[in-house]
Design a protein around this ligand. Sequence first.
Ligand code: MIG
Length: 627
Amino acid sequence: MSIKKYTIGTPFVTDATVKEVKAENSIREYISVKENTIELTFPLSPDDIIYGLGEQLGGINKRGRKYRSFCSDDPCHTEDKEALYGAHNFFVLSGKDNFGIFIDFPGEIHWDMGFSKEDEISIVITGTDADIYEISGESEMEIVKEFRDLIGKSYLPPMWAFGYQQSRWSYPNKEQIDRIVKGYEDADIPLDTVYLDIDYMDNFKDFTVNEEAFPDFKEYVATLKKKGIRLIPIIDAGVKCEDGYDVYDEGVENNHFCKDRNGDDFKAAVWPGICCFPDYLKPESRKWFGDKFLTLTEKGIEGFWIDMNEPALFFSMERFKKAVDYVKKYNGEDLNCWDFFSYRDQFSNLSNNNEDYKNMHHLDGKVSHYDVHNLYGYMMMRGVSESLPKDSLLFSRASYIGSHRYGGIWTGDNTSWWSHILLNLRMLPSLNMCGFIYTGADCGGFNGNASRELVIRWMQLSVFTPLFRNHSAIGTRDQEAFAFSDSDEFKRVIQVRYRLIPYLYDLAKKCCDNNELMFKPLGFEYKDKLSKECDDQLLLGEEIMIAPIYEQNKSGRTVYLPEEMTFYKLSGNKVTHKEKLSQGIHYVDVALDEVPLFVRKGKTVPLCAPAKNVDSLDKTVTEYLEG
Ligand code: MIG
């Protein structure tokens, strides 16, 4: 077991790692330093498996695809996408030789993991300053643990954050929140939190609360708390440019905002309209912004989700004007197709454009944003976390390795598609490998309209993920657990979550304390071919295997058991099924109101009784599931 560090040039300090590793005197043969890039090349044998890369598309085995490290606000997670919201530059190669690679580089990286050439990994770092860590170890798990030790201990939220959570874009006022709380009460379904999306603010201005919508916010927060419900507001990365808005005025006055290439405050539009962007890379600026959260904690708020921190830029005035000028010249002209396409692209390319990222500057103009892009969300969360009281809930959309010490992440704008249940499952182990333990997807799917069956099947996976939050986009159909017919079926699934909370919380804590994985690919523990290729089942802790249903109109599914296990189905407060199953392939039936799980031989899983929220949960074990 060892870590070797190869330093090339003068890398930007990211604080991704917490352990001092002395750089080697010479670099390895797989690294080549080019004029503007650093390239890494590794041969791949036919049986090699690539694990890791955190928040990414593709299978559990990352082989055969291309990826890009560049935090991206892309709300359409189709198979062809190369980047999502996080940049997690760590992978493990498992084969004849096992090793791990972590590239500590805050800019764009291209990963060709056996796509262009089936027998080769080819990685291009778009700069000439980077730290490359090579980690060797006997097993995949040993390598992951060594890496996790290098990057420091993962964030663990308070236990109530393991309760069931309801969100939507948006519940914009007190009446809507009351409707949700009452909906859950009337249906007698447990609930711990309700989320405030951007519309709770006054004109999308961070740290404001629309007073018409929430006349006495502090008192309202307290009233909900008495019912056991916590309100979790969103905070966006950009600050509205508006004279007289204190956050903007202070930011300008104290030089807290990123600059453009002329040294003026960099401006681009997001939800509030034209915004300035706090320079979270400056310690005093991220502290200033972090301290602003205390204006809300003083009102009783105990948790936040932070968004748009890739950062998402809808457009800049400069580029918008250029686009308008460009298309003006076609006014009244005959357009051929190519003219038309270039005309159309002028506008579709306005958002999150590299030209804007290159114009944005950090550290008083010294560093171009493009070169350190992947640190922005990370440093925002760091500042917030350092200001918030201990035991706050905090999670972000954008992230880099290092973020995992300060908060969790959710996996952004998925869609109410069946394939996204599977995407959610496949991402869990790779997120864990990169240190993200408190994590989960928008249960039920964010974009699009969800069917009743999809939401309840998705819940049968989400009952196991630390963040269990139902969230949905503006304009989509109601997706709350009480919004569909026969809400008792939803209730019975959500109750299973509460029965598992002491177990799940202990497990998450252990994983944070000992650098373990909560979710493991089967191939980490079993070395037979079917286990190594298994892409739709996971191990949970040392005790459980999960195999949720992710297809429509199915009453069950095929499951592969690498060894003898006991199959359980839980529903509400009951164990509805218990059966010893032999090693091999089985078809198991699972009704909509049941949660299937498999307990490994010789292991036990404790259950408590369900409760209406975590605060009132009696953690006494009421029964054990024996493997
Ligand atoms: O541009 O705040 O991923 O969860 O509901 C969309 C509105 C902005 C994106 C987040 C989503 C949230 C939405 N936000």
